[in-house]
Design a protein around this ligand. Structure first.
Ligand code: ZN
Length: 105
């Protein structure tokens, strides 16, 4: 397993994506919902891996719409879209916003 670390722009939200896959093997998703279109969002994840978002509760903003089951996670300080989580069969599915996982600075 490889741990890929990322963060929002200001560093208040840290992301850890754990996966057996190499970065080039990860499928980059482009969701067509209104939120993702407005953000130009691309997401990545690995169903066999795991993802963790670490932040002080006040530094993480959650946004819900439509069905209201997915939490879109944004840094409350710098506004970066860092990923989304949704319940699934007793667990939770998470995806990471690709730019937040890929970039630093
Ligand atoms: Zn931030």
């Amino acid at each position: 397993m490889t741990i890929y670390a990322g963060s929002c722009h200001c560093g208040a939200v840290n992301i850890q994506l754990t996966s057996d896959k190499k970065p080039e093997e990860m499928r980059i998703g482009r969701c067509d919902c209104g939120f993702c279109r407005r953000h130009g969002a691309r997401t990545m994840g690995d169903p066999a891996g795991s993802v963790e978002f670490r932040a002080a509760p006040s530094d993480l903003s959650r946004y819900r719409f439509a069905l209201g089951i997915t939490d879109y996670l944004l840094c409350a300080r710098c506004g970066t879209y860092v990923g989304a989580i949704m319940p699934d069969q007793g667990g939770t599915i998470g995806v990471v916003a690709a730019p937040a996982a890929e970039s630093s600075g």
